[in-house]
Design a protein around this ligand. Structure first.
Ligand code: NAG
Ligand code: NAG
Length: 489
């Protein structure tokens, strides 16, 4: 073993700074230390010793440009012993620097680089040319210049670092490659803002609020859906009905669909963000805004027909979640967990629009792969005993999304439950192709887990993948009753 004190004296940095050519005492010391080090390593394997060590980064250089966007660079060096490998990582780091915009009419950086060859003999021809940038060549980080008044261009090697890849592009050329900056300002970095607005964050400084407003509404008119507090990001609201979403800004004025007047789809600037409002004849409406909002917004719905449910979501800084809960409760805004209306999808009244549009507009054949075989007593026991809920239910509707499928079910008979079940519930299953699949209007005996998100904003019944959902039959009923007696206590 190498004593750590010895290692401490052998700072590799001191060794490398003694470049060949140095003479006198330092070199002698260097040799002495090297000898000592070699002796200390006697008996150790003489294979590679792992990578060397980086020096600290030097300071950032001045910005490469005097106006507009440019690059600043810093570097470091790899310090290593003879048998050590090269350090991992880059020796240079480039950072975007943003200076005030260049004055109008200023010559662009690339134009200057081409113009340097004006009147110079190139192409070993006697003739000289005037050069202007040419953007039609394959590598945009090569200095491709067009001979003015001629039908050819010439590539003068790479452009200088910090040259925009093309006019209007976000990328800058670095070492002949077009790179753009991550949210940390570093070129080529893949750091992105998370949904909380933190650069490189993991969505953990904010909470995701995702709910369905299900109040039926006793009269036609404006109903409060939710408060969207100042600071909210990634706001989304959608519904499928002939009702209209309405939005009130922090000053109490309507931004959208106020005073019984219907606004055209489009973008609306409010609360420091841009709200994109779409309306399709489906009928379907959506609202989206990136945020963060600089004022509270109030989302309402102008009811024309029974409300089939308005889904909304946004991301809220953690510290704003408590006040949001209190405020919404005080305003008696509906914040219950998703609960379907007491309405069957196939209404007996012929003229009434179905209050629950069946959300499967795609009639093409199912591309879902076959499900694993989950028959058998062992599987039934496993799910009966391991689930929070076992019940018989009829499927009223389902909504397939990219990540999950949501079934609307009417609970017929409860065999087992950890907490009360509503007459109508949502059951969520992972993926677009849940296993086992459940068909519309059929009855199943199913076992579900209760899933509560850490922040308490989501409380769901989950049908796990390859879980238990068998078409209901009297035989299945007695098998399940039998299973109940065999659970470990
Ligand atoms: C944050 O959440 C969004 C939306 O769910 C997701 O697309 C993204 O990948 C998440 N980011 C991180 C870093 O987890
Ligand atoms: C909706 O919320 C606003 C305050 O944000 C409140 O003044 C109004 O009374 C509420 N309307 C209903 C119908 O609850």
């Amino acid at each position: 073993m190498i004593p750590t004190a010895q290692m401490g004296q052998l700072r590799p940095g001191e060794a490398e700074w003694l470049a060949p050519g140095h003479t006198g005492r330092p070199l002698t010391l260097w040799k002495l230390l090297l000898l000592l080090w070699t002796l200390l390593n006697c008996g150790l394997e003489s294979s590679a010793q792992g990578p060397g060590e980086w020096t600290l980064w030097g300071s950032w250089s001045r910005c490469s440009s005097s106006c507009g966007r440019g690059l600043s660079v810093r570097s470091r060096r790899c310090i290593r012993f003879p048998r050590e490998e090269l350090c991992w990582g880059d020796t240079h780091e480039y950072r975007l620097c943003q200076l005030p915009d260049c004055p109008p009419g200023a010559m662009a950086f690339r134009d200057i680089q081409c113009a340097l060859y004006n009147g110079q003999p190139v192409l070993s021809l006697q003739k000289t040319y005037q050069w202007i940038p040419f953007y039609g060549a394959p590598n945009q980080c090569d200095l491709n210049c067009l001979a003015l008044g001629h039908a050819f261009y010439h590539s003068f090697g790479r452009v200088l670092d910090g040259t925009p890849c093309s006019p209007g592009s976000q990328g800058l050329c670095v070492g002949g490659r077009c790179l753009s900056a991550g949210c940390d300002g570093l070129m080529g970095s893949d750091a992105r803002e998370d949904h909380c607005g933190r650069c490189g964050g993991a969505n953990d400084s904010c909470l995701f609020v995702q709910r369905v407003f299900r109040d039926a509404g006793a009269y036609a008119g404006y109903w409060n859906v939710t408060l969207i507090p100042e600071g909210a990001r990634h706001i989304y609201a959608a519904h499928r009905s002939r009702n209209y979403l309405a939005l009130i800004g922090g000053d109490g004025r309507y931004v959208l669909n106020g005073k019984w007047e219907i606004s055209p789809p489009g973008t609306y600037d409010v609360a420091g963000t841009r709200v994109v409002y779409t309306r399709a004849t489906g009928p379907e409406e959506t609202l989206r805004a990136a945020g963060p909002t600089t004022q509270d917004l109030l989302l309402q719905v102008l009811l024309q027909e029974p409300n089939p449910g308005i889904e909304f979501e946004f991301w809220l800084p953690r510290e704003l979640y408590g006040p949001f809960q209190e405020q919404t409760q005080a305003l008696s805004l509906s914040l219950r967990q998703p609960q379907p209306l007491e309405v069957e999808p196939q209404s007996s009244e012929p003229n009434k629009a179905p209050a629950f549009p069946t959300r499967t507009p795609n009639p093409t054949p199912d591309p879902c792969p076959p499900c694993p075989d989950t028959r058998g007593r062992a599987h039934r026991l496993l799910h009966y005993c391991g689930s929070d809920f076992v019940f018989r239910a009829r499927v009223l509707g389902h909504l397939r999304q990219a990540q999950e499928t949501r079934y609307e079910v009417r609970v017929q008979l409860v065999y087992k439950n950890r907490s009360p079940l509503q007459a109508l519930e949502y059951v969520w299953a992972p993926g677009r192709c849940p296993c086992p699949p459940m068909s519309l209007h059929r009855e199943y005996l199913l076992a579900a887990q209760r899933l509560v998100s850490p922040d308490g904003t989501q409380d769901r019944l989950l049908l796990p993948h390859a879980g238990y959902a068998r078409p209901w039959s009297p035989a299945e009923d007695s098998r399940v009753r039998l299973a109940a007696r065999h659970c470990p206590v």
